[in-house]
Design a protein around this ligand. Structure first.
Ligand code: HEM
Length: 248
């Protein structure tokens, strides 16, 4: 195929309605010029990162809408929008696999041209890190405190699969997928540059490991521990087998 010809048509002319509405001219110019790429993996490296930024922008925008609906106690809307957020989070996990098709050597070449750029500077991720606490506060005020409920009631003592429980589970799903993102990202690093390299010692590794342990909504995980302990009191630490006892 004639490479230069295809380079010249890939961005389109930007004049058709589809191109104008989606601003494809600008969108497709957000990557390095084909002739400036340091190797054949760099375009996918840029596009995966840019796509992840777009997905995080949509998550952040959707969380703002979810927060409004939580305040209105419109559970149907909250759940539908959380389903959207969860789907995006799953797509973000799958996208990590694209980067695993890059060889360690080719990544090292890209790393040389990254400057001091780091995922810590991601505007999308930084925004999401500022959103979970206010979201939790809204949930607590409108679904729990207002009705004199707490997490223990809705999960255990007065469990009825009520709206407060369903929204809590949507928050838990968001939290779990957030943790999975960090876990997949860690595996990606391991695959690409390794976690034990000299240049990753100290802050980078601590930051990544602390992140993996972090829970956005700790109360939603503590309740499960507590329930297992409370229910476990009925049978102690070691249970009788439910099978037939054998003489052999
Ligand atoms: C080959 C691919 C990748 C490598 C080797 C890599 C490497 C790293 C490393 C070493 C860090 C630790 C901080 C530092 O030293 O700068 C980091 C942080 C980070 N990276 Fe990546 N990364 C990759 C892909 C991605 C992708 C696709 C995203 C998607 C948005 C991303 C988002 C982040 C974020 C958000 C942080 C901050 C971590 C946190 O606060 O938990 N990275 N990355």
């Amino acid at each position: 195929m004639e490479r230069e010809y295809f380079y010249s048509i890939m961005n389109g002319q930007g004049q058709l309605d589809y191109e104008i509405y989606l601003n494809t001219q600008d969108l497709l110019s957000c990557q390095k010029d084909f002739h400036q790429l340091c190797n054949q993996d760099e375009l996918q490296f840029q596009i995966v990162h840019q796509s992840e930024e777009l997905w995080m922008k949509l998550i952040a925008y959707t969380l703002l809408n979810i927060d409004d609906y939580i305040k209105m106690e419109n559970t149907n809307r909250v759940i539908t929008l959380f389903n959207r957020v969860h789907s995006i989070q799953r797509i973000m996990l799958q996208q990590m696999a694209i980067l695993e098709t890059m060889s360690p050597k080719e990544y090292q070449e890209i790393r040389l041209v990254l400057g001091n750029g780091s995922g810590q500077e991601s505007p999308g991720f930084r925004t999401l890190l500022k959103m979970y606490q206010p979201l939790w506060n809204s949930y607590k005020i409108h679904y729990l405190d207002k009705y004199d409920l707490n997490i223990d009631n809705i999960y255990n003592t007065d469990y009825s699969h009520c709206d407060a429980y369903v929204v809590a589970e949507a928050l838990a799903e968001y939290d779990e997928l957030f943790q999975k993102f960090r876990y997949y990202h860690m595996q990606l690093i391991q695959r690409t540059i390794g976690m034990g390299s000299q240049s990753l010692k100290g802050r980078s590794v601590d930051l990544l490991e602390d992140g993996m342990r972090m829970k956005l909504f700790p109360e939603l995980w503590e309740v499960r521990n507590k329930m297992t302990d409370v229910w476990g009191l009925q049978y102690g630490r070691v249970r009788e087998s439910i099978g037939f006892t054998s003489d052999f």
